[in-house]
Design a protein around this ligand. Sequence first.
Ligand SMILES: [Zn+2]
Length: 284
Amino acid sequence: MSECDDLRDNSSCSDNLCLPSQIKLTVYPQVFGGTVIRWSYTDRDLLAESGLQVQIEFSPYAVSDNTAWTIVRAYAADTGYWTDTAQRAFGRRNYTHYRISVLDVALNEVWSQPKRADSYIPPAFDTTFRELVRRWSGRANRGELRKGTLLKRRTHATRCSVCRDRDSGVQLISQCLTCYGTGRTGGYYKVPICVYVEFSPMSISHGFDANKSYFEQGPDSQVTLLNIPQVFPGDVWVEDSTDHRWELGNMVYAQKIGSVECLAKCEASRIDFTDVIYQFPVRS
Ligand SMILES: [Zn+2]
């Protein structure tokens, strides 16, 4: 148990600022010869330990949920690096994430943060990156941003057998509580840390009509958020105070440090209140 585990309050997420972890992980995707994964420790206790065991896991999602991860190398002696020779099926590097877990002799497990294969911040920009994260957290603490929970849409899970036709994949039932309309079992992964967003002041609420019911889709807006974990179109952000659920669309702008898109501005659209996504539990 880390000291941060009990920072939870009544909200749907937790401001667990134990990120980043004490493990520094770097992934070097190679054109030939596999992907090299290197790690080192910034934590003095881990550095001092001997007999550490390291396990390497792979996922198309940058979430901490253990069920989203596949072990690609089971626990073995700590060598500081490992090469993944497998050809990862997902092709696009931004869907390729690794993480490692470290087991000490007392059987305590520590995980690294998920690392995207193509994300690399040169050491010279390390301070810039940390300053960006620090400023964003500062704005969140001052109440300048809206607090909420990010749901990562499952894109690689097994196809939902409840609402989809087995052969054609056509949706036969709406309001499916197995996939929440995504067609993939489970629907979404909940990101356990709070995700703060800024709504664009230029927000266009087109089509607002007082004569129409409140159940209209929309309004549309643009939101800016830290791209940690990385957001993709189809992910859903749930506002903590209202439970309004917004589907994120295309990224319209990103602030890059090194090759990492750190801050993302995306299109967002409030989902119709009758949508099954409102049944997805975010407070459990
Ligand atoms: Zn379904």
